[in-house]
Ligand binder design. Sequence first.
Ligand SMILES: C[S@@+](CC[C@H](N)C(=O)[O-])C[C@H]1O[C@@H](n2cnc3c(N)ncnc32)[C@H](O)[C@@H]1O
Length: 226
Amino acid sequence: MNRILEPELMNSLEQTAAYAGPDMDNACWLFVQSFRKYFRNLTPKGTILDLGCGPATIPVRLAKLYPDYEIHGVDGAPEMLAQAGLAVRREGLQQQIQLFHGILPDKLTLPYKGYNSVISNSFLHHLADPAVLWQAIHAYGLPNAAVLVIDLVRPEDPQQAQLVVDRCLPEAPPMLRQDMLLSLHAAFTIDEVRAQLAEAQLEKNLTLTMPTPFQFAAYGHLGLDG
Ligand SMILES: C[S@@+](CC[C@H](N)C(=O)[O-])C[C@H]1O[C@@H](n2cnc3c(N)ncnc32)[C@H](O)[C@@H]1O
């Protein structure tokens, strides 16, 4: 099926509260487990930048696993950042996690020019132009930075998309199920992601795989020249 764009920013209170709730736990769990699996030899101290951090569920989990890492999250939706701020304060992680408002591809104002790791979960499919994410990874990743991007893969037809929603979010609120359906329509196929990596000259650095039947993961390290 053809790609149907969805709005880039998630800024409604209902949407952000639902997104911060327990229904999205599995997706965040998969991301954090994948990060641990792919990057077993991370330096003990460092910095992580999360692009499109949403309610900061992933930064919070990573902060607990990597207490000597500073984690910066960026999102373009003020309402989503408010949810993220609540989560960070609830967990008492203000010293370790900082949140920034920024809308890619605008230049981000961040404390560091480059990060040891650049990550992004379920963000690519929001972008009208997917090159924006891959360019940001080049722009904000230090040489040899660890990179992990996970997102949905667009199914072949609407029926398959509905099956994925039924399987992943059987009991979720209707709004969240509808959001996921729209996201599946907005997502890229694995061939499209492969072409994006080639276009961004990342295909030699990042391995493309499918950790589930409906998600891709692109992971690896940037080159020594960033
Ligand atoms: C589906 S959510 C994923 C949130 C988070 N990564 C997670 O997995 O829980 C996508 C997020 O990207 C943000 N976003 C979309 N387009 C953006 C852009 N161009 N610049 C910055 N943030 C953007 C949205 O506001 C939303 O919070």
